[in-house]
Ligand binder design. Structure first.
Ligand code: PMP
Ligand code: GLN
Length: 390
């Protein structure tokens, strides 16, 4: 009898199932309140849904152009110019993708050869490492450590070398809620310029900022020409299931992103792109109300966690709050999350999944607050059970 070969490549074998899928599955099984996977338990805006529904009714049912529909290019171009003073030409410098996740993979796949290196800040959104490995490139990580999640400038300098082609920058940052300050952005920019590296800027939380305002790294001197700026509908419009994202970059980098995109998905859901036009063109009042609502949720959950004796790292952005649990006597984040989901009835994310060395993430957990007030209140009520553990 011949032995069966392992079917999964070595590139992918180490990754297993994502922690988000795993925690959501267990939350459903155990009836726990899901503050783990970051998706809203409320609906997206009516004006966006009705624009997509109208597009379906009008028969926008065939392939969109590979790079995305023209009205969405125009809406994005105007929005980035107005908000950040960044000019991207419709049709030539914008690519619509199936979520930010695809744009990240397209960029990395198109800009690295086998054996090239990609700088990642850890904890990282888990798809970055997988994308780098699928491309045959090598991740070089720089660690953000609690409580401030700063990086060591010398460690960042050491991560850049001869073979570095891409640096992935995520600000506001998942899972820590950190927003990179101007000085940190300047440091990253200096190294990208010195080593002729492209910055892949994942800015999906650009609108969820509670302190100061969002600074796209592409606005720094010398960076527009070497940055792929990525965002999506998911967080800003509470539409994580739509999977509409985009990549903005100068023409040479856009050609690279599209070289991958055309073979990965070719084109993205046509009627949802029409919905995205209405989203991107939303009135300023929409964005203001979104931030105000999330600020209140952040303050409520962070306050309750602090009151229970967790060490809260108040996020400057995103819809996540991380907290240390040193007073509660658990070995690590996985053990604490197991207790939370099995005994307390609340699911959270153990961040060790986002580090090369899980030990670097063992001292804190991540809670998502993109949930209805009732859901947060129910979770906070259950979390009171932790008091007996202190
Ligand atoms: N980047 C980060 C940092 C995220 O947290 C997420 C959330 N899912 C994504 C990218 C993926 O975005 P999308 O759903 O648009 O693919
Ligand atoms: N971005 C979401 C989070 O961080 C989840 C994305 C996913 O499930 N892949 O929770």
């Amino acid at each position: 009898m011949t032995e069966t070969r392992p079917r999964l490549t070595r590139r992918l074998a180490g990754f297993g199932t994502t922690i988000f899928t795993e925690m959501s599955r267990r939350a459903t099984e155990l009836g726990a309140i899901n503050l783990a996977q970051g998706f809203p338990d409320f609906d997206g805006p009516e004006h966006v849904k009705s624009a997509a529904a109208a597009a379906i009714a009008a028969g926008h049912a065939q392939y969109a152009p590979m790079h995305g529909i023209t009205p969405l290019h125009e809406a994005l171009s105007e929005s980035y110019a107005r908000r950040y003073g960044l000019d991207y030409a419709p049709l030539r410098e914008i690519t619509v993708t199936s979520g930010a996740t695809e744009a990240i993979f397209d960029s990395i796949a198109a800009l690295t050869d086998v054996g090239d290196e990609v700088v990642l800040f850890e904890p990282y959104y888990d798809s970055y490492r997988a994308s780098v490995c699928m491309a045959g490139a090598i991740p070089r990580t720089v660690t953000l450590r609690p409580p401030r999640f700063d990086f060591d400038p010398a460690e960042l300098e050491r991560a850049f070398g001869e073979r570095t082609r891409v640096c992935v920058l995520n600000t506001p940052h998942n899972p820590t809620g950190k927003t990179f300050c101007r000085e940190e952005l300047e440091h990253v920019a200096r190294l990208c310029i010195r080593h002729d590296v492209v910055c892949v800027a994942d800015e999906v939380y650009e609108h969820l900022v509670y302190e100061g305002s969002h600074v796209p790294i592409a606005t720094l001197p010398g960076m527009r020409e070497r940055t792929v700026t990525i965002s999506s509908l998911a967080k800003t419009f509470s539409l994580t299931g739509w999977k509409i994202g985009w990549a903005l970059a100068p023409e040479d980098l856009t050609r690279a992103v599209r070289a991958a995109h055309q073979w990965v998905t070719f084109a993205t859901a046509t009627p949802l792109q029409h919905g995205a036009v209405a989203a991107v063109r939303s009135d300023e009042s929409y964005f203001r109300a979104l931030v105000a609502s999330y600020r209140a949720k952040r303050d409520r959950l962070a306050g309750a966690l602090a009151d229970l004796g967790l060490e809260v790292y108040l996020p400057a952005g995103t819809y996540f709050v991380c907290a240390g649990f040193s007073r509660f006597g658990f070995d690590d984040d996985v053990a604490f999350c197991r207790h939370l989901i099995e005994k307390v009835g609340v699911a959270a994310i153990p961040p060790s999944a986002f580090f090369d060395d899980p030990a670097d993430g063992r001292s804190f957990v991540r809670f998502a607050f993109c949930k209805r007030d009732e859901t947060l209140e129910a979770a906070i009520a259950r979390l009171q059970a932790l008091r007996s553990h202190r």
